[in-house]
Write a protein that binds this ligand. Sequence first.
Ligand code: ARG
Length: 389
Amino acid sequence: MTLDVARQSQTGRTGLPADGTTPLVNSWNEWDPLEEVVVGRADGACYEPTEPGYRPQVRGARNAPFPTGAKPAETIARANEELDGLSDLLRSLGVTVRRPDPFDFSAALRTPSFEVENQYCSVCPRDVLITMGNQIVEATMSRRTRFFEYLPYRHLVYDYWNADQRVVWTTAPKPSMSDEMYREEFWTLTAEERQARMYDFEYCVTQTEVIFDAADITRMGRDVFVHESMTTNRLGISWLRRELEPRGLRVHGLRFPRDLFPSHIDATFVPLRPGLVLTNPDRPLEGEERDLFRSNGWEFVDAPEPKCTDDDMPSYCQSSRWLSMNLLSVSPDTVICEETEKETQGLLRGLGFEVLTVPFRNVYEFGGSLHCATWDVRRTGGCEDYFPA
Ligand code: ARG
């Protein structure tokens, strides 16, 4: 089944320019051979403040106050060392690596509709920007502290846009992030109440403004999947559909009802190569959404239980232990995994992948792992149809 999809995908290429050269910005899926990537940096990072769309907690100490202001210099240096290590590994593979500008995230923000005491960081370009073929899309973002997070990447976007006339640059409408945009009662629900309401798909954001983070999107050629979550609402999915469908893509919403705090798709549903997705056994896809993959010959393989428990994750890390499956593909048969995530590595080797590893746990408290901390700007290959049925 998997092979059929792979074989189909080699025919009927679309999306490559008529002159045969690849645009400077060109990425249609999560697995084609990587040519150019942006890797985040930890300089100037701050702890994320509590806000209507977010309640950070110290892991294993729910009532301890979450730190505020700038992160300590040593914490930043340790993360930077690992981000530099990833950059070096990518360069050794022949990938062009670019980095965001340094930025002072400790500045308070005041807009007409909200105020916040400091901002966050530029470790996770994945959350802010996404490449859709030759188009760069800047997300609306969903949290106040991340409103201006596109700024450290703006000079890179200008570089790509200036250097190649074929590069299209689109910024999504900025939401107000006013109090009305959030549902504060979301944070007060008990575990039982959340469980009972999981099919309501109502989280901490309302449905009145267009909201999405780029990391809720995953690309599989002509088909683009958008995760409905705490960071992406239904209007966000509609906006992406109306923006991308005239450009020949098909946009599908995806829901993972058993994830009671859903945010960003890349620790939940990770395409590895044509016909194969790494899935999260705690957060299965259900019903018609699952059937679309099945009827097109796609196979799901569950990520193995990570050895580390949620309590073993770094104290200030707000992501789950499923960062274990947050990998970066450098080609359809080579992936980069975090060094200590041995269970994931073993599974992938068994599936025939070459698995490269780097230490990255010191980055976890800055919003994620290898997929989160990167933005793939160019991969070899065009737009193919992996969902013909
Ligand atoms: N919310 C996910 C989890 O805890 C983590 C996703 C991080 N991804 C990202 N692009 N920042 O499982």
